[in-house]
Design a protein around this ligand. Structure first.
Ligand code: KIV
Ligand code: ZN
Length: 511
């Protein structure tokens, strides 16, 4: 019998700390439902003390999720912990995750606390959290750069106080696999009560080593890995869930443990998270990149045709690549559309919202014969953003470009009840369109990122565009999809403007 490796997903907490990746409650609910379907053990749904919005989102996730533990993050103080406890209270199984930094640089420069004060706060935090639930996790932030003797003191004390999980974060992605594995082994060997807690790891990817470090820790006794879909997260991101799960599964000959994950949900989850956050997946990304299973070289193709194991160590269908069934077409009715939304875990609350979504579906089906699950997700992520706040609406647009003429765009936008028109030239049709929109919106926002991805295959595929805007220190990502990529670009730009307009603020828990 192999040990169970607990998969702790923090896409909705650490992942959400990526620039512009903040999610609405509805978006978090959709991701949570898919993570539950994927059989993730623990879902860290947010940081309840960070904002009322995040509190509501964690509580809503706690209300609906039954087969995964729902976790809320808190700093090591009573106020944060009480807020996290309140947010996870409806959960069938709820966890409080509390943290405080233990590295010399964080204690001295950030917290301005002595090691003894940090130790006291850590112990008090766990004691207080245990008043609300037995399932308490403690993290010594920046453990990768902390003094090992001090870590031993803190961790022994919090385990004594009742922390059931001790999580070792490499917060700045500084450690190397051999070193990080040895750290986990040392802590487990030196701390007298180490067998009373589950050892967990949380690695960041600044040196591209998050997955390697996490796996080295697993080899040395860690039995929980904290990770995110697509490796989303602060700076260079976290360990990617799909890589951890598939490494352990594919190399079951070397790992002493396995997960309970339904891997066929991996690709759908990757697409959902990418669509909601506006973080495209690079084509050569392991497991979930569009090219991850594509064989280009003739010698490889020949080998795979003769026997797929010659060049394939995993099967694309096992991670959900072929799960994108042909679902609906232009003759599909409202009932079939509603049923498919339900199967995809997309809840649309009002009849009015269903009607609007169905109209958009029909428009798409007119342009594109085959509608896949990815198309529906793309269609509905626009819907979710629209529900948040649609200050600006696209009424009409046209543009002209050619080799011999300067690109020119014309847009008609609705702001409140009023129609606003504008025209502009630009370096290309997208540039001209953005300039035309800006001449009406006057947002003053800075364009930080523009990227286009094909949602499915073929030239009739929808283009999915991400636009990242920054204004007064706030960063938002807008996503738009359409079979015409200039229209998709305009939708993405307006979606980002609407997010800026909605003033949904978030606080970064690590500040
Ligand atoms: O990276 C980190 O240290 C964290 C902690 C809050 C676990 O995200
Ligand atoms: Zn982190």
């Amino acid at each position: 019998m192999k040990d169970h490796l607990i998969i702790f997903d923090t896409t909705m907490r650490d992942g959400e700390q990526s620039p512009g990746a903040s999610m609405t409650k509805e978006e978090k609910l959709r991701i949570a439902r898919l993570l539950e379907k994927m059989r993730v053990d623990v879902i860290e749904a947010g940081f309840p003390a960070a904002s009322n919005g995040d509190f509501e989102a964690v509580r809503a996730v706690a209300e609906i999720i039954k087969d995964s533990t729902v976790c809320g993050l808190s700093r090591a103080n009573d106020k944060d912990i009480a807020r996290a406890a309140e947010a996870i209270q409806p959960a069938k199984s709820g966890r409080i995750h509390t943290f405080i930094a233990t590295s010399p640089i964080h204690m001295e420069k950030k917290l301005r606390m002595t090691p003894d004060q940090v130790l006291t706060d850590a112990v008090n935090a766990v004691r207080f959290a245990r008043k609300f639930t037995d399932d308490v996790e403690f993290s010594p932030e920046d453990a990768g750069r902390s003094d090992v003797d001090f870590l031993c003191r803190v961790l022994e004390a919090v385990i004594k106080e009742g922390a059931r999980t001790v999580n070792i974060p490499d917060t700045v992605g500084y450690t190397l696999p051999e070193q990080f594995g040895a750290l986990i082994r040392t802590l487990r060997e030196r701390i007298p009560n180490s067998d009373k807690a589950v050892w967990s790891v949380h690695c960041h990817n600044d040196l591209g080593l998050a997955v390697a470090n996490s796996l080295a820790a697993v080899m040395n006794g860690a039995r929980q890995v904290e990770c995110t879909i697509n490796g989303l997260g602060e700076r260079a991101g976290n360990s990617s869930l799909e890589e951890i799960v598939m490494a352990v599964r594919t190399r079951r000959d070397v790992f002493p443990c396995d997960t309970r994950i339904d891997a066929t949900q991996i690709v759908p989850a990757s697409k959902l998270v990418s669509g909601i956050t506006g973080f495209p997946v690079q084509p050569n990304k392991a497991i979930v990149g569009a090219n991850a299973f594509a064989h280009e070289a003739g010698i490889h193709q020949d080998g795979v045709l003769k026997s797929r194991e010659t060049y394939e160590i995993m099967r694309a269908e096992d991670v959900g690549w072929n799960a994108n069934k042909l679902v609906l077409g232009k003759h599909s009715g409202r009932t079939a559309f509603k049923a498919r939304l339900k199967e995809l875990g997309i809840e649309v609350e009002s009849d009015q919202a269903i009607n609007a979504a169905f109209t958009r579906f029909k428009d798409l089906a007119d342009k594109k014969h085959e509608i896949f699950d990815e198309d529906i997700h793309a269609l509905m992520s626009g819907e979710a953003v629209a529900a948040l706040s649609e200050h600006w609406k696209l009424v009409d647009m046209a543009q002209a470009s050619g080799t011999a003429e300067r690109p020119h765009a014309r847009v008609v936008l609705a702001e409140g009840g009023a129609e606003r028109r504008a025209e502009s030239q630009g370096d290309g049709p997208v540039d001209a369109t953005f300039k035309a929109i800006e001449s009406v919106a006057n947002s003053g926002a800075e364009l930080m990122l523009y990227s286009v991805n094909a949602v499915t295959q073929g030239t009739e595929s929808q283009g999915e565009v991400t636009v990242r805007l920054q204004k007064a220190g706030r960063i938002v990502n807008g996503v738009g999809a359409d079979t015409d990529i200039v229209v998709a670009s305009a939708k993405a730009y307006l979606s980002a403007l609407n997010k800026l307009h909605s003033k949904v603020e978030r606080i970064n828990p690590q500040l």
